[in-house]
Design a protein around this ligand. Structure first.
Ligand SMILES: Nc1ncnc2c1ncn2[C@@H]1O[C@H](COP(=O)(O)OP(=O)(O)OP(=O)(O)O)[C@@H](O)[C@H]1O
Ligand SMILES: [Mg+2]
Length: 270
C-alpha cells in the first residue's frame, strides 16, 4: 500500500476564517398525538467559515433533522443555531439545501429547476441562463437542460438538485446524502468537483453521508454521531492534502476505526 502525504501543514478549508455557525445546546423532540421521539439532545458545535464538515451516524439517528434545524425549516425544542451571529429561525437565502429526496419540480425542465432560486431572487433572464448553464456543465447535464425532470434517472435528478443549490451561491450549503443515488464513478467525479468548487470559494458545506470513505475523502472534519438521541461521539480532523489517496495506509486505517465506532452504534431500535 502507498503511504499518504505526510500529516503536515496541508491547507484546510476555512482554517483562518473563524467561526461562522454556532449550534448551541440544540434539542429536538417530535411530538405526535401520544408519542414523543427525542431525536437530538444538547447538541453543540462550532463550524468555521469555508469548512467542509461531514456527519456520519446510524440510520434514523437524526441527521436530516439536524440539517432541517440549521436550514430553519423546523423549530428546535431547545437551544438555537446562529449564523454570523444571527439566529436561524427560518429559511434564508444564505443557506441552500440539497434534500435527500431531491425535492425538484418534476414538470419543469432541468434548466428551469436550476434557475428556480435565481428567479425567486429576481436575477435577470440572461444572467440566470448563463449561471444555470455553468452549473449544468459542472454536474455534466448540459445536454439535458431542456429535458423534463420526470424523465431523468435518480442519479441525474440528484445532480440537478446539487446544481440548483449551488447556482444561487449561498454562504452555507446543507447537503443531505447528495451523492447517495449516484453510481461509483459519477460519485467520485462529483466528489472531486465539490472540493474544486470549495477551493475557489468561501462557501461552507455541511455534508451528510452514509459513506465513511466519502466523509474522509471530502472533509476537514468528520463528526461521528451516536444513535438516537443524537449526540457527538467523536470529531475527527482530517489534515491531509487534497485530492486524498483512498488506498493510503492512514486513510484505510482511519476508515476502519470510524466504521468500528459506528458499528457499536448500529443496534436497531425496536
Ligand atoms: N416529522 C417527524 N415526525 C415525527 N418523527 C420524525 C419526523 N421526522 C423524523 N422523525 C423521526 O426522527 C428520527 C430521526 O429522523 P431523521 O430523518 O432525522 O434521521 P436520519 O439520521 O436522517 O436517518 P437516515 O440516515 O435514514 O436518513 C427517526 O426516528 C424518525 O422516525
Ligand atoms: Mg436522513
Amino acid at each position: 500500500m502507498k503511504r499518504a502525504a505526510p500529516v503536515a501543514k496541508a491547507p484546510r478549508f476555512g482554517e483562518e476564517r473563524g467561526v461562522q455557525i454556532v449550534i448551541d445546546g440544540l434539542g429536538k423532540t417530535y411530538r405526535r398525538e401520544d408519542r414523543e421521539t427525542e431525536v437530538i439532545e444538547g447538541f453543540s458545535l462550532e463550524i468555521r467559515r469555508g469548512e467542509l464538515i461531514s456527519f456520519v451516524g446510524p440510520s434514523g439517528c437524526g441527521k436530516t433533522t439536524l440539517l432541517k434545524l440549521i436550514a430553519g425549516l423546523i423549530p428546535p425544542s431547545s437551544g438555537a443555531v446562529y449564523i454570523d451571529g444571527r439566529l436561524c429561525a427560518e429559511p434564508g437565502a444564505d443557506r441552500g439545501m440539497v434534500f435527500q429526496d431531491f425535492a425538484l419540480f418534476p414538470w419543469r425542465s432541468v434548466r428551469k429547476n436550476v434557475e428556480f432560486g435565481l428567479e425567486v431572487a429576481g436575477v435577470p433572464r440572461a444572467d440566470r441562463r448563463e449561471r444555470a448553464e455553468r452549473y449544468l456543465r459542472l454536474v455534466g447535464l448540459e445536454k439535458f437542460a431542456d429535458s423534463r425532470v420526470s424523465e431523468l434517472s435518480g442519479g441525474m435528478k440528484q445532480r440537478v438538485a446539487i446544481a440548483r443549490a449551488l447556482v444561487v451561491g449561498p454562504d452555507v450549503i446543507l447537503m443531505d446524502e447528495p451523492f447517495g443515488a449516484l453510481d461509483a464513478q459519477t460519485r467520485n467525479i462529483m466528489q472531486n468537483q465539490l472540493t474544486d468548487i470549495l477551493a475557489s470559494t468561501d462557501q461552507t458545506i455541511i455534508f451528510i453521508t452514509h459513506s465513511v470513505d466519502e466523509a474522509i475523502f471530502l472533509s476537514d472534519r468528520v463528526v461521528v454521531q451516536t444513535k438516537r438521541p443524537m449526540r457527538i461521539k467523536e470529531i475527527v480532523e482530517i489534515p491531509w492534502e487534497r485530492p486524498r489517496d483512498r488506498s493510503s495506509m492512514e486513510f484505510v486505517e482511519l476508515r476502519k476505526r470510524i466504521l468500528s465506532e459506528l458499528e457499536k452504534e448500529n443496534v436497531m431500535d425496536v
